[in-house]
Design a protein around this ligand. Structure first.
Ligand code: ZN
Length: 496
């Protein structure tokens, strides 16, 4: 008999140091991902995208009756508002009451903090369990940046977690969640072992295309067997809560097996602590190194701490100022979030020259707008068809957008300015407005790691840069207040 499976998605990565709240409109709007989808709109609205729920649906559709309740996500930012959280939870609960399913799949992030709850996903699950009781099979997929808690582990029957950063396998994590749920529906509920790690890992050091994260994720797959698998969440260090931090989770037919796998993986991650300690370059030196590189392929400067995909405002000006003072040539920068500048450029029109205060409007770290004459090189409506491996097939909506050309101080810099915060993780952002990234000498991206999927293949070198932003990667400088006592703040860092 085909099981009746309810589906819901509610994703947010919460940066406690971002001044921007995640309110209900932030979940309702389209950005890199679709807008809030309800009921019958979930399947067509996610079909073919690299989203966990899309992977789950594709795997489950041949053998199950699917009952989507809702799916939504907001761009990473400050805490989820009380109103948004309660509204979305209530909709999921009423959908479950209506559906009375045999099982539930949840597409969650795992690093949600709300105005009221430091562990948003655990609160959602506790409300669900209060309504459904303990027996309903529930499996969730989580982001690699989940701050997984033992409470969330206890309230679900199994978890799957992305294994790549950049996240190329989000749909696959959904498909693996379906395999886990199928085993449970067949009477095989796995034993679980949870291990919280004792140190935070900076976001820029979590790249799975290199050591140490790459080999650690490869080690997970050695434990894949029928009814058995392990997961590793590197954690989201932008969240300031008692559950912040990396974790390992093993599932196996017996508790002894699960404990043994979790302990083996824990030992490997502990041994990798030194290798996760990776320095950042200062902006002036990074620009100088880029301009001194041989002409040919571009050098990528990653503004890792002002990544909107980690809750950054995407409008800090430090790297832009360094590019101007270093007279960067044939340079691109994106995506700078500045709706007022984008509107002014649209009003002035292509070919106009105007003086703008670019960026700096969030006021973070004392940042101020960078006053400069700009030439309006191009305009767009901000509809960006993705081409890269991570989001290819989807379309970003970044609102009225402009490409501004700056020549101050003898520089030659084109700055991509958007009206909606969006992470520069795909060359299509530049291409869609007529800038060709492959021929640039220097490309500055406001991204921590996701840009690597589409920009590394064209780069001669990549330099992560320490310009101030809301996603602190120099962890001992981050003003944490709520971490669990004893957690090391960074590899070999001081204890909280
Ligand atoms: Zn992530």
């Amino acid at each position: 008999m085909r099981p009746k499976i309810a589906l819901a998605g509610f994703q947010h990565e919460t940066n406690s140091f971002s001044p921007l709240p995640a309110d209900l409109p932030a979940f309702e709007m389209a950005d890199s991902w679709p807008p809030l989808l309800r009921g019958g709109a979930v399947i067509p609205g996610s079909c073919g995208l690299n989203l966990p729920i899309a992977g789950f649906i594709a795997a489950a559709a041949p053998t199950a009756d699917l009952h989507p309740i809702l799916w939504c996500a907001a761009e990473p930012s400050g805490p989820v508002t009380h109103h948004a959280f309660d509204t979305i939870c209530a909709e999921i609960l009423s959908g479950l009451a209506r559906t009375r399913p045999d099982a539930l799949y949840l597409d969650l992030h795992g690093a949600m903090i709300t105005e009221d709850h430091p562990d948003g996903e655990a609160e959602l699950l506790s409300r669900i369990r209060a309504q459904t009781g303990p027996d309903l099979p529930i499996v969730a997929s989580l982001d690699l940046h989940a701050n997984v808690s033992d409470t969330l582990t206890d309230l679900t029957d199994a978890l799957t977690i992305y294994r790549t950063y950049p996240h190329l396998d989000m749909a696959d994590a959904g498909a693996r969640a379906h395999a886990a749920l199928t085993d449970i529906l067949n009477g095989q509920r796995p034993a679980k072992a949870f291990r919280a790690l004792p140190y935070l890992i900076p976001m820029h050091a979590q790249f799975t295309g290199a050591a140490p994260a790459g080999p650690l994720y490869a080690a997970l797959t050695a434990h894949d067997a029928p009814g058995q698998w392990a997961e590793f969440a590197t954690g989201f260090s932008g969240g300031d809560s008692p559950v912040t931090g990396p974790a390992i989770l093993a599932h196996a037919p017996t508790q002894t097996q699960a404990d043994s796998i979790a302990d083996a993986l824990l030992a490997r991650v502990l041994a990798a602590e030194d290798a996760f300690d990776q320095p950042l370059q200062d902006p002036d030196t990074a620009v100088r190194l880029a301009m001194a590189s041989p002409v040919g392929k571009p050098v990528i400067l990653a503004d890792v701490q002002d990544n909107p995909g980690g809750g950054g405002s995407s409008d800090t000006t430090g790297l832009l100022r360094a590019m101007v003072s270093g007279a960067a040539q044939n340079a691109l920068l994106g995506v700078l979030h500045d709706p007022a500048a984008a509107v002014a450029a649209h009003q002035a029109g292509v070919g106009a020259t105007l003086t703008l205060g670019l960026g700096g409007k969030s006021g973070l770290f004392g940042d101020t707008p960078f006053e400069t004459p700009c030439h309006v090189a191009a305009l767009s409506d901000g509809s960006v068809p993705y081409e890269g491996d991570m989001y290819g097939g989807g379309t970003a909506q970044i609102g009225p957008t402009t490409l501004l050309h700056l020549t101050v101080n003898g520089s030659d810099i084109r700055v991509l300015v958007s009206s909606v915060r969006n992470q520069c993780l795909d060359r299509a952002y530049f291409r869609h407005i007529g800038a060709i990234p492959e021929t640039a000498r220097l490309i500055a991206v406001k991204s921590t790691v996701h840009y690597r999927a589409d920009f590394d293949p064209i780069a001669q070198a990549t330099i992560p840069v320490a310009n101030p932003g809301a996603l602190g990667c120099v962890l001992e400088d981050v003003p944490y207040r709520h971490l669990r006592k004893g957690l090391r703040i960074g590899p070999n860092g001081p204890a909280a």
